[in-house]
Design a protein around this ligand. Structure first.
Ligand SMILES: [Zn+2]
Length: 326
């Protein structure tokens, strides 16, 4: 019998957004030129997945620069907010943004630190507007950083569509941002216990849901069944979609599913999974309170899925770290 899934506050963290993407403006060269000439335009500089942020106690905000202050680099339109402010991203060095933020902070008291941060550190601390802008910007910047040459002929490529595609300067082929679909699944057994596993690369006690990449020629639901069988030998049915979130680290889309186990005996694939077990809500709570287990970070869709099963926020803040699909 399937358990009931109680709503937890909001959806997965990285689905938060506020700024309209304004896709129609991506080909409007006049508007793009005017927006870039406007000192009110806000530019988010991204370098190696990191931006400059003001981080205080339990909250953070992004540091933007004006177009004039932005470094050279691949530029992309993130969107326009309800106050008609345009937001761009630029892939480039962060020194200028750091300088701008330090200058603006002169005279303020020292409760807030200005530093480089990525999604893992700042993601849950940002406002909806900033979380959406950062997720969008990091995804595009990660792609531009590796898409400078044509995958067909090796010639240089140039950004188009306000940085949302690139075109080969030799054969004219068009290239779009790469996004790798991965599935992550909350598997429950007939007693409504949840299957949690520890990846071989994780420290003792760190557990999460099973996950893996969708292969070519495979639906996400088929990937769920295959990955669970490969990693634990458990057979599942009733695979249903729950939610998803972008995970641009560097370019995944996490598709969250629920599945019901038809078998409960576990045999782990020791190459990827070190150990796996079924947990009742009471078992899990006790293991978290005692410190025996540590949950995935609040930023992750795995944490969100587990909490929809648990029916409430789980004790323990979770630790930052890699959630490698596979
Ligand atoms: Zn080419």
């Amino acid at each position: 019998m399937a358990g009931s899934y109680l709503p937890v506050a909001g959806g997965p963290q990285l689905t938060r957004h506020e700024v309209e993407r304004s896709t129609a403006l991506r080909t409007d060269q006049d508007w793009l030129s005017k927006a870039w000439a406007d000192p009110a335009t806000r530019v988010l500089v991204v370098e190696d997945g990191q931006v400059v942020a003001r981080i205080g106690d339990g909250a953070a905000e992004l540091v933007f620069v004006s177009p004039e202050q932005a470094p050279d680099g691949d530029r992309f339109l993130l969107g326009v907010d309800s106050g008609e402010v345009a937001y761009f991203g630029v892939g480039g060095p962060l020194q200028t943004a750091e300088g701008v933020a330090q200058e603006a902070a002169v005279g303020l008291d020292g409760e807030v630190s200005i530093r480089r941060a990525g999604l893992r550190e700042a993601g849950v601390l940002l406002s909806d507007r900033d979380a959406g802008l950062l997720t969008h910007a990091v995804g595009l910047a990660n792609w531009h950083a590796v898409a400078g040459h044509c995958s067909r002929c090796g010639a240089p490529t140039q950004p188009e569509m306000a940085g949302h595609s690139r075109r080969c300067t030799s054969d004219g082929s068009e290239h779009f941002p790469r996004c790798d679909p991965a599935v992550i699944m909350l598997v429950t057994d007939p007693d409504d216990r949840c299957l949690l596993a520890r990846n071989v690369q994780w420290p003792k006690g760190r557990v999460s849901l099973l996950a893996g990449f969708v292969e070519p020629g495979e639906s996400p639901q088929q990937a769920v069944s295959r990955e669970v069988r490969e990693e634990t030998a458990v057979i599942v049915s009733s695979v249903t979609y729950a939610s998803s979130q972008p995970w641009p680290m560097p370019h995944s889309l996490m598709l969250g599913f629920r599945a019901e186990a038809l078998t409960t005996e576990i045999t782990v694939d020791a190459e990827e999974i070190e150990e796996a077990a079924w947990y009742s809500r009471e078992d899990l709570r006790a293991a978290l309170v005692s410190g025996e287990l540590v949950m995935p970070p609040s930023l992750s869709i795995s944490r969100w899925l587990i909490e929809t099963w648990y029916g409430a926020d789980l004790p323990g803040g979770g630790i930052s770290g890699v959630i490698p699909p596979g």
